[in-house]
Design a protein. Structure first.
Length: 269
């Protein structure tokens, strides 16, 4: 809901999305009436009316320096345009990379609870912008855009700095374990953050099978062929905290550890 409204803060014109990234921003800009270009050249964003940057980016983890983005936002604002910076993964980014405390004319920052906090079911996110723009967003969202319990949970999550710091350390250690497993399976790490990795593989079919198998325990399921091959995984899968993204990630690591040797034997290593 929030993405097309943020895109509509700029009159319909030309939108440029720094890619490759997930497709929802391009869709939101089109819903707001913009013609959309996805480009990997950040210089081309300066010619747009609306520019969108996911920072850190998904899937490759690309991180654009804060000063570069502030300069771009200033250039766009001088022509009546704006830069939308999606910081959904910024909780695991460098401390000085966020623009949340630097909003001004031409800069809108989006944040989310669905990634680092593992609270996607709350459907909770927010925009940080100058008062005129936030007032326009409030008017379009109406009086009840978010449930009261979701706001209470989100407020507690943001205030729990001890949990945030602990979880940053946990996912950093887990990402290092994942790197070792991926490299050991013959995969090349092409980018990412401590919440995800982008890899290249020569054995696409087998990699897809492993990804499918690794994802199911988050929902408490194990495919029949893998249960028969590795019955000890069944009990672990049933204990997987599917509602918790960090727990699901650790379960994925556990499964990959079990499959790394087999993957090497079938030609990924």
């Amino acid at each position: 809901m929030l993405l097309p409204l943020a895109a509509a803060l700029v009159p319909a014109g030309r939108a440029a999305v720094l890619g490759p990234t997930y497709s929802e921003h391009a869709r939101a800009a089109m819903l707001a009436g913009h013609t959309v270009l996805e480009t990997s050249d950040i210089a081309r964003l300066a010619d747009a009316d609306l520019a969108v940057v996911v920072n850190p980016n998904n899937p490759d983890g690309r991180l654009i320096p804060a000063e570069t983005l502030c300069s771009l936002a200033g250039a766009l604002a001088s022509r009546g345009g704006a830069l939308v910076v999606d910081e959904a993964f910024m909780e695991v980014g460098p401390a000085d990379a966020s623009l949340a405390g630097r909003v001004g004319e031409g800069l809108i920052v989006l944040r989310s609870f669905g990634k680092f906090f593992g609270l996607a079911g709350l459907r909770l996110g927010f925009a940080i912008a100058v008062p005129e723009q936030t007032a326009r967003l409030r008017a379009q969202l109406g009086p009840w855009p978010v449930a009261g319990p979701a706001i209470a949970i989100g407020s507690l999550a943001l205030a729990d700095t001890a949990w945030i710091e602990t979880t940053r350390r946990v996912v950093t250690a887990a990402a290092q374990r994942l790197d070792g497993l991926l490299i050991g399976a013959g995969l090349e790490i092409a980018g990412g953050t401590t919440l995800y990795r982008l890899v290249r593989t020569r054995g696409l079919e087998e990699a897809q099978r492993l990804a499918r198998v690794a994802a199911l325990p988050a929902a408490g399921m194990v495919p029949e062929e893998e249960r028969d091959r590795n019955p000890e995984h069944l009990g672990n899968a049933r204990q997987a905290p599917g509602a918790n993204a960090i727990g699901a990630f650790l379960v994925l690591l556990h499964l990959l550890e079990g499959y790394s040797e087999a993957a090497a034997q079938i030609g990924l290593g």
